[in-house]
Design a binder for this molecule. Structure first.
Ligand SMILES: [Zn+2]
Length: 411
């Protein structure tokens, strides 16, 4: 099947057409989830998919599946996809690239008169970005049973409009089953980081996604006058805060280079410059590909907070507010991507994903894998996000050949 190819010009021109929907003045895209622009982008995609002979299905949270039948109607499909929604100042490729490349695979199969044994479907997951409705990878989390549909329908945006309201208004609350059996799921995505560009590889064979754990930390002090209270008479939560941060950065250095540690959202109460704070709270975003390392780091965080707070007569609380375990992608999918890159003659390397993707949720239910292509300066979630037409073409070609291997071909 090495004589089957994608059409890079068609793939590129569709990106440019899609970028017209919700175009921003700085050359990016603004198609926030479940907005009129998100619908216009999907409608453009549906038109192309239907002209390519696909049938369209929606599930209850608006995830869309465009299906090209295989020769074995009972075979579970190979699904290729990503998302069409964007950040408010998003780029032209994040998510869009995986969806339009999935469609390009269908078109290439059509162009070359190939019959696949398993059906091939292109998935468009609802609200991957989580910027308007603040839960990212929302559609795939409902599909995989991570979040219940009624809980997700009740989530509101800043103006009080709910996910459920918008799904009903747009006619996106469909009836397709959640979590149906899949032969495999492949998501092609821009890397959103600098590794492939630096190493000169055209293709990243993604082996997994690092785990993410978020903590809310609160240190309780005792409010007192900043001018009259001697330093040794205070219960000042800023003192343990300083020790905890120092300790955490030392811990991060000990777990280098795979760890990511981000303390943020510092807030003190009361909001006053001349009162010793009653309370200081902050968040910690901790990431690592190894669950044991995350456990070790959580234990260190808890003992640092407890030790420093007690040493300065302060109270303390550490809560886990988000926990996404590391994902290890399916070996067969990883190898299918790797051998497709090999057959295509593209420089490739194995790589872990620093960001979460819909594939993390799909991997809970089905064999899943991902393919990365380099993006300029590793930039993403930015209107200047950019990939070259050649890079886009190479990724789609690997997606095609990996999909054909997994779907099987009937001669
Ligand atoms: Zn994305």
């Amino acid at each position: 099947m090495t004589d089957v190819h994608t059409n890079p010009e068609r793939l590129w021109s569709r990106h440019m057409d899609m970028a017209e929907v919700g175009a921003t003045p700085a050359g990016g895209s603004n198609r926030q989830a479940l907005s009129d622009d998100d619908k216009a982008g999907r409608d453009l995609f549906i038109g192309w998919a239907e002209r390519a002979g696909c049938s369209i299905e929606l599930d209850g949270v608006g995830n869309l599946f465009a299906r090209r039948p295989g020769t074995d109607p009972g075979a579970p499909p190979v699904v290729l996809g990503s998302h069409l929604d964007t950040q408010p100042t998003g780029g032209r490729f994040d998510g869009v690239y995986g969806v339009l490349s999935g469609l390009e695979v269908v078109e290439a199969i059509n162009d070359h008169g190939v019959q696949t044994r398993a059906p091939v479907e292109v998935a468009v997951w609802t609200n991957e970005e989580g910027s308007r409705f603040a839960v990212s990878m929302m559609g795939s989390s409902v599909w995989a049973g991570v979040l219940p549909l009624d809980e997700v329908r009740a989530i509101t945006d800043r103006s009080g409009i709910s996910v459920g309201d918008e799904l009903d208004r747009l006619g996106w609350a469909g009836t397709a089953a959640f979590g149906k059996p899949l032969r495999a799921y492949l998501e092609l995505h821009i890397e959103q980081g600098p590794i492939l560009e630096a190493s000169g590889s055209s293709i990243g064979v993604v082996t997994g996604v690092q785990g993410i754990r978020w903590f809310g930390v609160t240190i309780d002090g005792f409010p007192a006058h900043a001018g009259t209270t001697p330093m040794d008479h205070r219960h000042d939560p800023a003192r343990p805060l300083a020790e905890v941060l120092n300790g955490l950065y030392e811990m991060a250095a000990a777990h280098a280079p795979l760890v990511r540690l981000t303390p943020a959202m510092f807030a003190s109460e009361p909001v006053s410059p001349n009162t010793v704070p009653d309370q200081i709270s902050f968040t910690i975003d901790m990431r690592h590909p190894d669950a044991n390392a995350l456990d070790d780091m959580e234990a260190t965080l808890r003992s640092l907070v407890a030790g420093a707070a007690e040493a300065h007569d302060c109270g303390h609380r550490v809560e886990v507010i988000n926990d996404c375990p590391p994902v290890v992608f399916d070996d067969e999918c990883v190898k299918a991507v790797e051998s497709a890159a090999q057959r295509c003659g593209f420089a490739h390397e194995r790589i872990g994903s620093g960001a979460g993707h819909d594939a993390c949720h799909v991997a809970l239910k089905a064999p899943a894998g991902m393919i990365f292509v380099p993006c300029q300066d590793g930039l993403s979630h930015n209107e200047a996000e950019s990939i070259t037409p050649d890079a886009a073409g190479r990724g789609a070609e690997v997606l095609l050949h990996a999909a054909l291997e997994l779907a099987g071909t009937a001669s």
